[in-house]
Design a protein around this ligand. Structure first.
Ligand code: CDP
Length: 205
């Protein structure tokens, strides 16, 4: 039997860090599904047509540090509105979710659309200011030339687009556990997420 952990939430809420730590703790594979949309977005910025780029996506395209820039994040959220792009990426994500060793997928619609039967669903949030502050530190730590105001505007604009799109909008699944990380250290957030998964694993035996 497969075991899937779905972790959704708005931009820079800590999903990536939590997902990686949960995957490492339990020996599960991890897929950052935002990278799929970022890779398509980057190809569109380079002149490609969105659906063609989603169709031609290769897993090696995901291993590219330049996908982490704010410009690519914006392009990702723009292509993520397009239903054809989203549906072309479904199979890859579902196959990943079915990996024998167990899988953690993080994104926006994992618990609602991609893996509605996931054994664990979490919705990770934090205030927009808190998320922008963390993302600002992350980007400047990588040497990127960004301002706190610019990062906050980017986060709010993407959240707004992600929440209000018609297809697979950002929202918690009815059965998701909410994890607000605004006042938690990253260690505390990881410990909570690990405990949530542990409880679910024990329940399925
Ligand atoms: O790292 P961050 O939370 O800022 O963004 P990301 O997870 O890399 O996602 C980039 C963009 O891809 C988001 O703003 C969404 O528009 C889109 N996305 C999506 O629509 N569905 C997903 N499952 C994952 C990302």
């Amino acid at each position: 039997m497969t075991f899937t952990v779905a972790i959704d939430g708005p931009a820079a809420a800590g999903k990536g860090t939590i997902s990686k730590a949960v995957a490492a703790h339990f020996g599960f594979a991890h897929l950052d599904t935002g990278l799929l949309y970022r890779a398509v977005g980057a190809k569109v910025l380079a002149g490609g047509a969105p659906a063609d780029m989603a169709l031609a996506l290769d897993p090696v395209d995901l291993e590219d540090d330049s996908l982490r820039t704010p410009a690519v994040a914006q392009a990702a959220s723009e292509v993520a509105v397009i239903p054809a792009v989203r549906s072309l990426l479904v199979d890859f994500q579902r196959k990943f979710a079915a990996r024998a060793e167990g899988a953690v997928l993080d994104g926006r619609d994992i618990g609602t659309v991609i893996c509605p039967d996931a054994q664990v669903k979490m919705f990770v949030t934090a205030s927009a200011e808190c998320r922008a502050d963390r993302r600002y530190k992350e980007l400047t730590g990588k040497g990127m030339d960004v301002t706190p105001e610019g990062v906050l505007a980017d986060v709010k604009e993407r959240d707004d687009r992600d929440r209000n799109r018609a297809t697979a909008p950002l929202l918690p699944a009815d059965d998701a556990v909410l994890l607000d990380t605004s006042d938690l250290t990253i260690e505390a957030a990881i410990a909570r997420a690990v405990a949530i998964v542990e409880t679910a694993k024990n329940a399925v035996g």
